[in-house]
Design a protein around this ligand. Structure first.
Ligand code: BDR
Ligand code: CA
Length: 313
């Protein structure tokens, strides 16, 4: 059984990932923690609560960071709003909900749950990594207590999606990402190298809704503009970035990994660039020296990943 804290910025693909975790028999969802990113944290938190209500999740939802560790790092306006103005593809989300947010800040809930379940918790982070960095700052002991950290983020041997160098989750808080990659805990990074190969078209969404009933039908409904965006960008369907990270946890055999220490550029034109130094590469002294080796996904069986999503939902 995987005890999971899902750190997220719902987010259309985040919503699919959350439903996947909720439905998976080997996953125990301990908490949902929210962060700014696909929309402001007020919206991503409201969206997470909406999904909790719609799907009957028992896990608490705690609100997290509203901005990056480096205050000037995130420009005020996003160039493209692929998740709609409200973060859920402009799907109508009621203002009044019957479920309430947990009173603790997200990073405190992470600390509490990791300490209460030593060696058992997986932090599954599919937005900016600010909450994880804040948890590490306040409680460095958790690095030795988590089971693993699985992230959706990075562009290791491919171009970024927010700049030529950077993937959105890393670019949006590059300093937090560098702290997460260089902490002494095992990170499994699922970046654009693999996620962009996992495309779900409208037939796939229909099949999902057919197999998963009303819960999956909600995912289909809020994904419509997101699918259009990816089709117009030349993809075969919507890229299900965040769900790939979930499946890297439940079905790691569907991915190929390389081991490398990773640093993140935190400033300048390359801000958010994830730079791996593979084992055995010899350079002079460098900023990678002494850093933990992490697992970076470099290959994926996309067909099997899509089949697993349908089966799980
Ligand atoms: C990541 O950015 C967001 O748009 C998605 O939810 C995903 O987590 C992909 O770069
Ligand atoms: Ca996300």
């Amino acid at each position: 059984m995987h005890k999971v804290i899902f750190d997220t910025d719902p987010g259309v693909d985040d919503a699919l990932a959350l439903l996947y975790l909720h439905k998976h028999p080997q996953v125990e969802l301990l908490a949902v923690t929210t962060v700014f990113g696909n929309a402001a944290v007020e919206s991503t938190t409201h969206n997470a609560l909406y999904l909790k209500q719609a799907w009957g999740l028992e896990a608490p939802v705690a609100r997290g960071a509203s901005g990056p560790l480096q205050p000037d790092a995130e420009p005020e306006a996003w160039p493209v709003h692929i998740h709609g103005d409200n973060g859920l593809g402009n799907h109508p989300v009621p203002e009044q909900l019957e479920v309430a947010v947990d009173p603790r800040p997200a990073h405190q809930l992470i600390i509490d749950l990791v300490r209460a379940n030593p060696g058992q918790v997986t932090l599954l982070a599919v937005g900016r990594m600010t909450n994880l960095a804040l948890a590490l700052r306040d409680a460095p002991d958790i690095a030795a207590l988590v089971r693993s950290v699985v992230i959706m983020g990075g562009a290791f041997h491919v171009n970024g999606n927010i700049t030529p160098a950077a993937e959105a989750n890393i670019w949006g808080d590059a300093l937090a990402a560098d702290l997460v990659f260089t902490a002494s805990w095992p990170v499994i990074a699922i970046g654009l190298d693999v996620t962009t190969q996992v495309e779900m078209d409208r037939h796939g969404l229909d099949a999902l809704a057919h197999a998963g009933g009303a819960d999956a039908d909600l995912v289909r409904a809020l994904s419509q503009d997101y699918v259009d965006f990816y089709l117009q960008a030349g993809h075969k369907g919507m890229v299900v970035h965040d769900c790939c990270a979930c499946i890297a946890l439940t079905r790691p055999e569907l991915f190929q990994f390389e081991q490398a220490s990773v640093r993140v550029a935190t400033d300048g034109v390359a801000r958010g660039m994830t730079i791996p130094k593979p084992a055995g590469m010899a350079f002079g002294p460098s900023l990678w020296d002494g850093q933990a080796m992490q697992s970076i996904a470099i290959g994926v069986d996309a067909k099997a990943v899509l089949a697993d999503i349908e089966k799980t939902l």
